[in-house]
Design a protein around this ligand. Structure first.
Ligand code: KPL
Length: 306
């Protein structure tokens, strides 16, 4: 299969690298020229949970038009850039191109659908952890499951094919019939973990070591769960607070993506995580003061970058 990975950050490289090793034609697309050049010259280096290897049989480019038409586009750009990235990649779209978003936050499905058409879009969530170590070099920090599904819940051949392909590439993958509920459940974990770790500098697991951060995590997630309920979203986890705490424990040593972003003075995904809950809450009449506070504090940090 010809696969384009839109956004060759740590997660994009992890998935793209493993799919290339499994024999697929993989193109990594990213704006970071030094990263692209390094991969084309030296290959993609992956270290971590499954040992260290260099994947040579993979291509990278800054220009989507170099790729031609793709069978599968895996969207891994930061969620705030999804619309722009997909608009800039229309040359990838052929008659049977499918887009898969495995990104954090809300709004990715809608942004991709606006450009490519909703029928092309499959969504999913991943619990793998990956960190960018430098150009062409990532660390696979933690294993986890991947769940993917059609937006309407139908179990189609294409989603079964993709799941089989991911399993062959070493990603333990399930097909689910409530992928929107999965996306929102993952959102609960990001709501409870990302901003708090970015504000405190703590690793995910450490949030549970302090009464204050544990309490804020609980309050933020409860607000978000109320928003989900009012919106009619059926979460895939029974107790969103317990689920979030479980994610903290499973990814205890992780520095969350938002902590990595503020450390490197990059724009964070706050607007599509806690910020999105605030906006949804406003529309539905659900108060979200903790999420509003977290959003405002992260916004101030972003504004103060120099
Ligand atoms: O998705 C994550 C992130 O950092 O964005 C979690 C689940 C919090 C793991 O670090």
């Amino acid at each position: 299969m010809k696969i384009a990975v839109l956004g060759a950050g740590a997660m994009g490289c992890l998935y793209g690298g493993a799919l290339a090793e499994a024999g697929h034609e993989v193109w990594l697309i990213d704006v970071w020229k030094q990263h692209v050049d390094t991969i084309n010259k030296n290959g993609l280096k992956i270290e971590g949970v499954s040992g260290e290897r260099i994947i040579k049989d993979i291509k990278a480019t800054t220009k989507p038009e170099d790729v031609g038409k793709a069978d599968l586009v895996i969207v891994f750009v930061k969620a705030t850039l999804t619309g722009e990235a997909v608009k800039g990649s229309v040359t990838l779209i052929g008659d049977n191109t499918t887009f898969l978003t495995l990104q954090n936050g809300l709004g990715n499905i809608e942004k991709i659908s606006e450009v490519a058409g909703r029928e092309r879009v499959i969504a999913g969530v991943t619990a793998h952890g990956s960190t960018m170590l430098g150009p062409g070099h990532i660390r696979h920090a933690g294993q986890g499951d991947t769940s993917i599904g059609e937006l309407d819940g139908e179990i189609t051949e294409r989603v079964k094919t993709l799941s089989g392909m991911f399993n062959e590439a070493g990603f333990h993958t399930y097909v689910v019939d409530n992928v929107i509920g999965m996306v929102w459940s993952k959102l609960m974990a990001n709501i409870g973990i990302n901003a708090l770790t970015a504000l405190t500098g703590l690793q995910n697991g450490q949030l549970l070591e302090f009464r204050e951060t544990e309490e804020l995590l609980e309050l933020a997630v409860k607000e978000a769960a109320e928003v989900a309920e009012k919106k009619g979203i059926k979460l895939q986890c029974e107790d969103p607070v317990e689920y979030t705490k479980k994610v903290c424990k499973l990814t205890a040593a992780n520095r969350s993506s938002m902590l990595q972003d503020v450390t490197n003075k990059r724009t964070t995904e706050i607007e599509v995580i806690n910020g999105a809950i605030v906006r949804e809450g406003e529309n539905l009449g659900v108060p979200t003061p903790i999420n509003k506070t977290l959003t405002n504090l992260i916004s101030v940090i972003q504004k103060s970058y120099n």
